[in-house]
Design a protein around this ligand. Structure first.
Ligand code: GRF
Length: 183
């Protein structure tokens, strides 16, 4: 697959993917990185020599994806809703990483620390990460992979975030591998 990775912030999931690719853990190429703002994570693209662009105007996304012959999109901390035009053109070809065990703590308003705060407030004993296909329903597409982590001893939402982030870094590359094997 010819992958574009979309980010919005720190880019630790992007870095984990680039590292995994360099270790030969999946076959696809990461050919394009897109951010909706001047995100810190863009530096990982520059270091790895992957073309990276800040695209704020949704109308410009499809052309850029076509310029790079992208056939698969990975949302790795992209904090903007993907426009319908992209979802329509890439049906079944977009995945997203979400920091909870979907369908729990998914949907509108459940992003970033909101997720971990809610998990903490509900005294959950386990949390985890999910990779799912992107549809027009927020966090609603089929699950590709899910992995759990024990949080029964945590003292704060940020501890949950740190444990879940470690899981995210393993599950996203594994999801790409799984999809490659199914193709
Ligand atoms: C991750 O927790 C991801 O699940 C969420 O945003 C965070 C992005 O982290 N959607 P990073 O930018 O990959 O470091």
């Amino acid at each position: 697959m010819n992958i574009a990775v979309f980010i919005s912030g720190r880019g630790s999931n992007l870095k984990a993917l680039i590292d995994a690719k360099n270790r030969g853990e999946f076959d696809s190429n990461i050919s394009l990185i897109i951010s909706n703002k001047d995100a810190k994570g863009l530096m990982y693209g520059y270091y790895a020599n992957i073309d990276s662009f800040v695209i704020k105007d949704d109308d410009k996304l499809l052309d850029k994806l076509r310029d790079y012959s992208i056939d698969f999109i990975v949302l790795a901390g992209y904090l903007k809703t993907v426009p319908d035009e992209i979802v329509d053109n890439y049906e079944g070809r977009i995945i997203n990483i979400h920091p909870s065990l979907l369908p729990k703590y998914g949907g509108k308003g459940f992003y970033g620390m909101n997720v971990h705060q809610a998990v903490f407030d509900n005294k959950e004993k386990e949390s985890g990460a999910s990779v799912h296909y992107v549809t027009k329903e927020i966090d609603g597409g089929d699950i590709v992979l899910q992995r759990k982590v024990d949080i029964s001893d945590v003292k704060s939402p940020s501890e949950i975030r740190d444990r879940v982030l470690e899981i995210e870094h393993t599950i996203l590359k594994d999801a790409i591998k799984k999809i490659e094997e199914e193709e």
